[in-house]
Design a protein around this ligand. Structure first.
Ligand SMILES: [Zn+2]
Ligand SMILES: [Zn+2]
Length: 111
């Protein structure tokens, strides 16, 4: 049995996360307290289904990329939408470059 430094409860070892940096080999915080802590600081990404803000479809959390700066710990748009956005961005950039090349040709041609 180990005592939790946060809730001061004595709980069996398996209720504590393993931590080799600690002398006792387990974290000082029990799993419940660690979970609470993580929730508070958004360190633990959610595993609940998330509704994508782009396609408005509820998908499993694994469909959303990890993002520590977001409240859920995951991106608000699904990987599909994310990839689609990247693809469009890349296309736009390519179009911009093509337009530049075209303009250059026109300018060079007129000189
Ligand atoms: Zn605790
Ligand atoms: Zn989506």
């Amino acid at each position: 049995m180990l005592k939790c430094s946060t809730c001061k409860e004595t709980k069996p070892e398996y209720r504590f996360p393993m931590d080799s940096s600690k002398k006792r080999g387990y974290s000082y915080k029990c799993l419940e307290c660690q979970r609470e802590y993580a929730k508070k600081f958004n360190y633990e990404p959610t595993s609940d289904p998330i509704t994508c803000s782009a396609c408005h479809t509820e998908k499993d959390a694994s469909n959303f990329g990890l993002n520590k700066r977001k409240p859920l710990g995951r991106n608000k748009i699904c990987k599909d939408c994310h990839n689609e956005r990247l693809r469009k961005q890349r296309q736009k950039r390519l179009k911009g470059k093509e337009a530049m090349d075209y303009l250059k040709q026109v300018v060079d041609g007129s000189n």
